[in-house]
Structure formats: structure tokens, C-alpha cells
Design a protein around this ligand. Structure first.
Ligand code: SF4
Length: 558
């Protein structure tokens, strides 16, 4: 297929088959699209329709297929893949105009999400408000949390939720971010200009990143400097993506960093884009962060207005509620307007990525650190680590500590040090019983292993990993089986279903936990098959909560 401007695909020329197109719906769809339809914007169009009409009505999906010259099945398939889209079939009633999503992620569970759900039962008019459960919405430090429409409420109480229901609009200035002028006044974008003007060689920037030991901080930990070199080794044109889809339960670091200083991310991204000569940068932001979406759109516009980036070079894309899109190749599919299915590898995205081009993908925190590292020196950054680790990390800490939140701490710090030095100790009445070192995926460790260095490669001998540095602390008052069940339900809900071991294995493990059937042999078999037979990290890591439960919390199994 011939590719259009910026490598995007033009809509296909096939006629849609099936339902008759409603002319009014078609006119509404054309008004939304506002010009020639772009295949890669399918998910953005779906958002536009849902925002405008409260749900995705079958008449609009049919009209959208017609306007985009796509098979209807393809449009329905994409719409039904993402949890945040509500499809209303012909003859069906629309959902209530307002959706209240109560987070039942692990941190919210510890903070009483089930009690909150029980208290909400029958409280609001079901004709006006629909109450549903939602996976982690990234407000773990203020748990329990909820979304009223797209407005975040944390901590959530029935009273605060009632207030938000009365005024569900996302406040325009909800986030006190450093704006463009303030960032520029503080020396912002000078480094980018130096790179662009050749006063600072790209090779020198890469050397500093290597000296810093900077690694991909979305969870994989791949050395950033090496990644840039690999992408540069493939022929241009190249593209860049920023993964701001942090959906790992317990993780909220990217949100907080962006809320504080969005231009630090944008400058890091533009330096990286310059280094690999990327012609376009796609920022994929999770749908749960509506206030941030407004901030990023505004600040990108400010950058364009200041002439630091061409119009449309940075494209802001909105996720639609699918955890698996945090996996980089699934995210690329989503940016292309498709279902967020992880791709088989090889080829890796550095070679064949977005729209088939070599693609550099980074997490928010990784890019956020670039300016500081280059300005202050990679060696200095590296020296801030502890216990043989390099650099500083952002730990999302939630659960039973006195002061949860985002903690900037040395890589390699131990949990005991993190709690004592950065979190004000354990919450009153709680004694450390265990913790998740890396969100839902990274396994569970007992209190006796709270002196391990929290860093890449240091927890693997214990069957765990640090991942996105999401630390969820639990106490003697919490049930490890209930925690493992919460995590397994999350994986079963979020599995894209592409691989049988992941799809069936997650469901099977949920059933076993629900029945309190701790068959170690069967669990070991499932663990083996899921690790070996799953395409992506979701299926490979999903057994971790259960294997850790068996290994470290035998007293909870009685
Ligand atoms: Fe989908 Fe699970 Fe396979 Fe990943 S491992 S591709 S989430 S089925």
C-alpha cells in the first residue's frame, strides 16, 4: 500500500458492506473528521464520537466505516477492543450519560475500594450515573480513587463523588504545570538548540547517557544510549514514540512528572528525536489522564508557536483504556488506529516500528532525565545510585506507609530504607508484611526480603523484578491471597487473548485463587507454559503473583 504524508496510511478504497448508512450519522461523522479521513486516526475519531454522543452508536460506526472506506468489521473490531468505548447496538438503550469508574487496583483495594463500592450501591440515579469497576487509574498514593466521566477524584468518598457528579467537567487548570515561558526562562530548550545547531554533537550526548547508565524506565531497563545507536543504524526516515500509557497497577510516576514539568519531557524527546533524526514524535498518553491531555496539548501548541517545533511534528494521541498498549509494539498498533495487539518479534521496532519505520520508543521518565544528565554530566548522575546501582529513580510508593507518593531516591535503595527515609515509616498500626517491588507484574516479596537493592537485575533471583518501580507496601492486616487474586483478575481482564497460554492461563489462575486451590504442581506447569508460550510480557509475567504467593507466603495458604 502507498503511504501518505508522514508515513501514515490513506484510507482504503474498498466500499463497506453490510448495514445501510444513515445520512444524518454520516454527516455527523464528516463534521467530526473535518476533511480527508486518516486511517491512523480511527481511535481519535472514535473518541470524538463518544465524547459528542455519549457512546458509540451503531449508526455512527457504520457511517465512520463508510467515511473511512473501511470494512465495518474493522471499525467494530477496533472499537470493541478498548475498554473505554461503549458500543450501543441498534435497538439497544444507551448507557447512563455519566460513567463513574471506581478503581479496584491493588492500592485502592488496600485503601477500601470494596467498601466504597458498597457505599455507592443505590446512591446515585442509575438513569444518570453508571457505576463500574476500573483497573488502576494511576492515583495510587491518594487511594481510593475514581473517575467521574474523565474527572479524577482521589481520595474518593461518596460525598466528593457526588460533588464531582454535579460538575463532572475536567477542570481546565487542574494541573499546576510549569508552563513554556517559565521553563524557557530557566534555561529550557538551550540544550536542544545546541544539539540542533551542532554546537553539541549527538555523539557527545550519547556518551553522557552511557556514562549515566541511563536505562529505559518504563520497565524493561534497556540502556538508552544503546537504543539510540541501534535506531540510528537503520536507514531513515525514522520516527519516535513516547510511551505515557503507564497502566501498571501502582505506577503513577509519569503522571506526576508531567504534571510538574511537561517541557522537561518535551525537550528530552526533541533531543532524542534530533539524535535519531526522527521526522515525527508521537506522544501516547493514557485516557485516564484527561487533565494532563489538556496540559500537553496546550504546551505543545506553545512550543509550535515559539517556533521550536513545526506544526504537527509532535502528535498527541489518546489511549482508550487497554493496559496491554503499554507494551511498545501494541502501542504502535494503537497509534496506527488498530487494536492494541503486541507484535511478534523480530523484527524489533528499532528496525520496523511505527508505520513500518525504524522507531525510537522511550518512557516519559527516561526522556525527562536527559536534560539534567547532559547539563550536569553523566558521571555525576551515575554516582547518585546505591549498592552498586547507578543514578536516581522515581519510585511510585503506595499502600501502608505513612507518606505515600512519588519518591525520587537512589537506584539500588532497599525497601526498608525507602520506607524509613522517604515515606515517614509505616502507617500507624501497620507492620511491614510484604511488598510488590514492580507493580502487578513484578511479583511479591515478604518483609524478610526488604533489604534487597531495588534495581534492575537484582530481584530476578527471587523470581521478581523492579519493572516500573511501583512499590505497593502491605502489612500484617492484609491478606496476601486477596492481593494475588486482585492482580490475577487484572491480568485476566487485560489479556488481549492473542496467545492461548496467556488467555487461558490467567483465567485458570484466577479460578484457583478464588477456590483457594493451591496446587503447586499445576501452578508450576501453568507458569512454565505461560512464560514460554506468550508473545509479550503480560502473559510471561502474569503468573508472578501466584508463584510468589506459594514461595513466600505459605502461612497465608492455610
Ligand atoms: Fe496478548 Fe497475553 Fe499474548 Fe501478550 S501474552 S500478546 S497480552 S495474549
Amino acid at each position: 500500500m502507498t503511504r501518505g504524508k508522514n508515513g501514515t496510511e490513506p484510507a482504503r478504497t474498498r466500499q463497506p458492506r453490510g448495514r445501510t448508512v444513515d445520512p444524518t450519522a454520516l454527516a455527523e461523522v464528516h463534521a467530526l473528521i473535518g476533511g480527508e479521513a486518516r486511517r491512523d486516526l480511527l481511535i481519535e475519531y472514535l473518541h470524538g464520537l463518544q465524547d459528542r454522543f455519549g457512546a458509540l452508536h451503531a449508526r455512527h460506526l457504520t457511517a465512520l466505516a463508510e467515511a473511512m472506506r473501511l470494512p465495518q468489521a474493522e471499525v467494530f473490531e477496533v472499537a470493541s477492543f478498548y475498554h473505554h468505548f461503549d458500543i450501543v447496538k441498534e435497538g439497544e438503550g444507551a448507557p447512563a450519560p455519566l460513567t463513574l469508574r471506581v478503581c479496584d487496583g491493588v492500592a485502592c483495594m488496600l485503601a477500601g475500594a470494596e467498601d466504597l463500592l458498597a457505599r455507592l450501591n443505590g446512591l446515585f440515579d442509575p438513569g444518570r450515573v453508571r457505576v463500574v469497576r476500573a483497573p488502576c487509574i494511576g492515583r495510587c498514593a491518594e487511594a481510593p480513587a475514581a473517575l467521574v466521566g474523565r474527572r479524577a477524584v482521589a481520595p474518593a468518598t461518596p460525598e466528593l463523588l457526588a460533588q464531582a457528579i454535579a460538575a463532572p467537567q475536567v477542570p481546565a487548570e487542574a494541573v499546576g504545570a510549569t508552563g513554556f515561558d517559565a521553563y524557557r526562562a530557566g534555561g529550557g530548550y538551550r540544550l536542544l538548540e545546541a544539539v540542533r545547531q551542532g554546537r553539541l554533537a549527538v555523539e557527545r550526548v550519547i556518551e553522557e547517557l552511557a556514562a549515566a547508565g541511563l536505562r529505559g524506565l518504563g520497565g524493561a531497563g534497556f540502556p538508552a544510549a544503546r537504543k539510540w545507536q541501534i535506531v540510528r543504524s537503520f536507514p531513515s526516515p525514522r520516527l519516535m514514540t513516547i510511551n505515557a500509557d503507564e497502566g501498571e497497577p501502582g505506577t503513577f510516576k509519569d503522571r506526576v512528572l508531567l504534571e510538574r514539568d511537561p517541557h522537561r519531557l518535551l525537550e528530552g524527546a526533541l533531543i532524542a528525536a534530533a539524535a535519531v533524526e526522527a521526522t515525527g514524535v508521537y506522544l501516547y498518553l493514557r485516557d485516564e489522564y484527561a487533565d494532563l491531555h489538556a496540559v500537553m496539548a496546550r504546551e505543545i501548541a506553545a512550543l509550535e508557536q515559539a517556533g521550536l517545533v513545526g506544526a504537527g511534528v509532535i502528535a498527541l494521541r489518546r489511549g482508550a483504556g487497554a493496559y496491554v498498549c503499554g507494551e511498545e509494539s501494541a502501542m504502535l498498533n494503537s497509534i496506527e488506529g488498530r487494536r492494541g495487539l503486541p507484535r511478534h518479534r523480530p523484527p524489533y521496532i528499532a528496525e520496523t516500528g511505527l508505520f513500518g519505520r525504524p522507531t525510537l520508543n522511550h518512557n516519559v521518565e527516561t526522556l525527562f532525565l536527559i536534560r539534567d544528565i547532559v547539563e550536569k554530566g553523566g558521571a555525576r548522575f551515575a554516582g547518585q545510585g546505591l549498592n552498586g546501582a547507578t543514578g536516581l529513580r522515581s519510585f511510585s510508593v503506595s499502600g501502608r506507609v505513612n507518606s505515600p507518593g512519588l519518591k525520587s531516591a537512589p537506584a539500588g535503595i532497599t525497601l526498608n530504607e525507602l520506607i524509613a527515609e522517604h515515606c515517614g515509616g509505616m502507617a500507624p498500626g501497620h507492620k511491614l508484611a510484604g511488598y510488590l517491588p514492580g507493580g502487578a507484574s513484578g511479583g511479591m516479596l515478604p518483609a524478610r526480603l526488604a533489604d534487597l537493592p531495588l534495581d534492575f537485575g537484582r530481584l530476578e533471583p527471587q523470581g521478581c523484578f523492579i519493572g516500573s518501580h511501583a512499590i505497593v507496601v502491605f502489612s500484617q492486616k492484609d491478606d496476601p491471597v486477596a492481593i494475588a487474586l486482585n492482580l490475577m483478575r487484572f491480568f485476566a481482564h487485560e489479556s488481549c487473548g492473542q496467545c492461548t497460554p496467556c488467555r487461558v492461563g490467567t483465567e485458570k489462575l484466577v479460578q484457583m485463587l478464588e477456590q483457594r486451590r493451591f496446587d503447586a504442581g499445576l501452578i508450576a506447569d501453568l507458569d512454565h507454559v505461560m512464560r514460554q508460550g506468550s508473545i509479550c510480557g503480560l502473559g510471561q509475567a502474569a503468573p508472578n503473583p501466584v508463584t510468589c504467593l506459594i514461595r513466600y507466603f505459605p502461612e497465608a495458604l492455610a
